[in-house]
Design a protein around this ligand. Structure first.
Ligand SMILES: [Zn+2]
Ligand SMILES: [Zn+2]
Length: 260
């Protein structure tokens, strides 16, 4: 059923930390009837060489697993420790219970440390019955082999903090970046599909604007670029999509792309 050689990317969420619609907001975007304007917190699923990786595990993780009928995962990779990227971690329990296996989670040591202090009951010596069963495995920034898949961390700045994007052969995923050094951009060149964050139209201290994301895409020059981590300030999907340069798109929740 699954083509073992194809890389399949599923956008589980494409919204910024608030999600879209924003609670209590009645703006045009939040009131939109277009399902592409409804954005869960940013996360992606990458099926590569027969393995399933989830990047980030935000507060919508449970719904994202259900919406996309995800019945098994091999690992979760974290980009950074902000709440909208880790808050759903408790819901890996379903995989623990149903598949009877632990879930491996990878990220920078400081991210894993933050997870340990944020979810103390998971890592306590005396654990309550039924808490998540997870293994935390640190990444040092060098390329790694996980489940026989080579993954290259890409170091990007989220304001002053260095966080990770990830490259899998022809696919690169970067979220929450506001700056990327030239040598890290070199590591991304040659990728066929680029995902990068684009918060809104005006500049922001810790996230690329849409214009900055477009400029980054022009430097890297992939076949296709998809923007994620959008806020309601960016506008409506259908209107924005018409005006983007060739090969560039706003991602939306549930969008799936296949690289043969
Ligand atoms: Zn974020
Ligand atoms: Zn709004």
């Amino acid at each position: 059923m699954k083509d073992q050689n194809a890389t399949v990317v599923t956008f589980l969420g494409t919204g910024t930390s608030t999600g879209v619609p924003v609670v209590a907001c009645n703006c045009d975007v939040c009131a939109s009837k277009d399902p592409r304007d409804k954005r869960l917190r940013t996360s992606v699923m990458v099926r590569h060489k027969g393995k399933t990786f989830i990047i980030d595990c935000g507060p919508d993780f449970r719904v994202q697993m259900l919406n996309n009928h995800v019945d098994d995962i091999d690992a979760i990779l974290f980009t950074h420790s902000h709440r909208d990227h880790i808050a759903g971690l408790d819901d890996v329990r379903g995989f623990n219970y149903i598949l009877n296996k632990r879930i491996a989670m990878y990220g920078q040591q400081n991210v894993l440390d933050f997870i340990t202090t944020s979810f103390p009951y998971i890592f306590a010596n005396k654990r309550y019955f039924g808490t998540p069963q997870v293994d935390l495995i640190p990444l040092d920034g060098n390329p790694v082999i996980i489940e026989k898949v080579k993954i290259v961390p890409i170091k990007v700045y989220h304001y002053k903090e260095i966080i990770f994007g990830y490259r899998f052969d022809d696919f690169t995923y970067i979220t929450d970046a506001s700056h990327i050094d030239d040598e890290e951009i070199e590591k991304v060149k040659g990728t066929r599909i680029l995902v990068v964050n684009a918060l809104r139209n005006s500049p922001h201290i810790s996230h690329f604007s849409l214009q900055q994301a477009i400029e980054l895409s022009k430097r890297i020059h992939p076949e296709q670029t998809y923007f994620v981590h959008m806020s309601h300030f960016i506008g409506k999907h259908a209107e924005l999509e018409k005006n983007l340069p060739a090969g560039m798109h706003l991602a939306y929740d549930g969008l799936q792309i296949t690289l043969a």
